[in-house]
Design a protein around this ligand. Sequence first.
Ligand SMILES: [Fe+2]
Length: 500
Amino acid sequence: MITWGISANSHDAALAVFEKDSLRLDLKFASHSERFSGIKNDPHLHKSNSIFKDGLIEYAKTKFGPPSEVVWYERPFKKTVRQFLAGQGWLGKENHISNYLLNYGINAPISYVDHHHSHASGGYYTSNFDSATVIVLDSIGEFETLSIWQGEGQNLKRVYSQRYPHSLGLWYSAMTDRIGLKANEDEYILMGMAAYGNRDRLYWDILNDFFDHFGNESHPGPRFKNNLHRGCRGWRLDLTTEQDLFDIAAATQYVYEVILKQISYWALRNLPSRNLVLMGGCALNCSANSTIHADWDRVWIMPNPGDAGSSVGAVLAKYKQHIDWPGPFLGFEIERPYPVKELLNELKTTGIVGVANGPAEFGPRALGNRSLLADPRGSDVKHRVNEIKQRQQFRPFAPAILSEHAADYFTGPTGLYMQYTARCRYPETYPAIVHNDGTSRVQTVSREDNPGFRKLLEQWYAETGCPMLLNTSLNIKGKPMVNTWEDGQTFAEHYGVRVF
Ligand SMILES: [Fe+2]
C-alpha cells in the first residue's frame, strides 16, 4: 500500500511517500514542493509548471504509484478555530483539505493527526532510540506551541503542552520581523547576526518588555505579556542603527538559549530517559541546540524538523511505528554516477565546483548532492563564494568533514546533518567556514550516509592533506535548491561555475 504524508497550505509544502505492508513501513521518497515548482518556500503542492512538466505529484505517482491513503499533518478544524479566535479569518475559509487535495487530483481517503504529534512522531520514530524525551518547539501548531513527550517502545505520550498565544517560536519570529527580516523564513539570519552583537546590552530590556515569566516547575514554557502574532515592529523604535539590530539579534538568541536550556533541564528532571529528540522549526537553531547537547546521553534531530518534515511525521503519527531511517537523500533523483574525478579536478583547478547528483536532500541543508563546494583554505574563499551566493557578508559557510577527523578540527557537538555548531581549532587557516563567534556548523560525512561525497572527501584529503570542503547549497539567489540536472546546468550558466 502507498501512503502519502502531506504538509501544505501554510508554508513550505512537502510530500512524503511510504510503502506499507503488514510487517514494514518504509519511507521511500520525500521532497519540498519548492524544488519542483521553483518557488522558494512554496506553500502549495503543484501538478506541473512550465519548467518542470512532471510536477511533484506526477513524479511521486509515476515512480511509486497513486496513493491508497493520505495523512494530513495537522487538524484543519482546530486550526480554523484558532485562526478565527486570532482574528485571521472565518470558519472554514481555507482549511477544507479534501477540496484542496482534489485540486491536485488527489482523491484518496484522508486522515488527520495533531500538528505537534506529527513533529514528535517525525523525530521519535525515525530515531534509533527505544525510549526518549521528545521536545517540540515551533511557532504554532493548531494551538500548541511547545510540547514535551515521553517515548517508550512504540508509544509516544504527551506529558506537557503549552498553547497559543504563549509561544517562544512566535516571539523569535516577531523579533526576526522587528529587525527587518522575513518572519517564518529568515530566523536563521537572525541567528547568524547574533554573533556580531552584544548579547547583554538589551537582555533585561527584552525580558522585562516581553515576558511574564521564563517558565517554572509546573509550567516549563515561558509566558508572554502580549500576543505576538502580529509582530512587534513598534518595540523600541529608538533602536535603528546596524549595531542596534545586531544587539537585538544577540539578546534574542541569548534569551532563546536560556529558555531552551531551562525547558531541557525540566525534561531531564521530570522524565526518565536521557535520550533527547528535538523537533519543530526551532530545532533548526543549531547554535542553541549546541548549548543543550552535552546535557543528554544521545540527541537526535531529524534533518528536516520543521513543518515540511511533518509530511514524514504525519504518517508515523498515524502508524506509531519506528522505521529504518533511510537518510536525508529522499528527493528527486538524478541518475548518474557520483562524479568524483570531475569534482576533484575542478576543485584543484578553480577551487569551486557545483554538484547535482543522486537523490536530492530532504530538508533545508545541502549535504553533498545539491551542493556548491569549495576549497576552505585561504582568505579569499569566503569572498569568492559570496560573490556567487550574493548574500550578506556576515553569514558564514559550513564545512563538510570526514567524520573521523572532526574532533581534530572542532571542539563541541557535530552531526551528519549540520544540526549543531562547534568551535574551530584553526580559525586563521579556515576563515571561510568559521563564524564571527569562532564556531562552525559542521557536517560530518560517513561512508554509510553518502558514499559518493565521502569518496570525494577521501580523495581530496589524500591529495591535499585537508579533510574538509566548504559546503553550501546549490541555488540561484532567491530560488530554491536545484532539483534536476537541467536546474544544475542553469546554475552553471548563470554563475560561470561548472556543475557535475
Ligand atoms: Fe510546526
